[in-house]
Design a protein around this ligand. Sequence first.
Ligand code: CTP
Ligand code: MG
Length: 246
Amino acid sequence: MSGDIPHRESVYVLLPAAGGGTRMGAGRNKLLLPIGGVPVIIRTLRIFLAHPSVRMVRIVTAPDDRDLFRSLCSDYGVTERITFADGGDTRQDSVRNGLEHLAGVAQDSDLVLIQDGARCFTDFPTIDRCIAQARKSGACCAAVRLKDTIKEAGDDGAVVATPDRTRFWLIQTPQAFRFDLILDAYRQAHQKGVIGTDDASLAEAAGHPVTLVAGSYLNIKITTPEDLLFGEAIAGGLAADADSSL
Ligand code: CTP
Ligand code: MG
């Protein structure tokens, strides 16, 4: 009807944060480690809560960690528009559980951005591209081109092939979806025993086309100890940029 305010779907964010941080080897959840004095999970949360399109962020934590995360959030004044869900043994279990909890809140046509809690340097342009593409085609993920040559090798190290690297991409988060599409993909994967290392692969397995959008080389996942060094450098660079634009 003319004069009606056009309907805009809501954008929800799911932050899987229930991992054990084995490769970091810090003896505790790596998302609690500080970079530039601010815990990784707080950095990730701040980015998404500051984005004007984001309605609510749901953090998926190990049940035993939930109180810790909640009090950390309140220490940093991050208390509005966040909710919690329990994680599972794998990232896939954690995201599935988060999506099932969102099912009580989100409409089919709403969008959900799934973001590794450990990716704390995602920028607004990447989030904007993800939202725009998910609105258009229902399923997308942030990606960057490979910089290095890749080779396929056997267990003995013998090279089998050197594929054309221009056809390959490094996949990041956010991965953004229409809510009904990704919930269906996760449910199907659960029923059929499909396992994927990211969300988009489950959408692909369920027959939904996925589109890549440009991510950023700064959008690293804090995974191993050297990533803390890179993270300090990125945080320092971003802070210097912010100062110089004042
Ligand atoms: N994650 C999760 N639930 C799990 C495993 C992982 O919510 N059972 C989350 C992590 O907290 C992280 C994101 O998924 O934010 C990406 O996972 P990854 O970088 O592999 O983190 P960890 O699983 O914690 O690390 P590792 O694999 O080294 O143990
Ligand atoms: Mg892991």
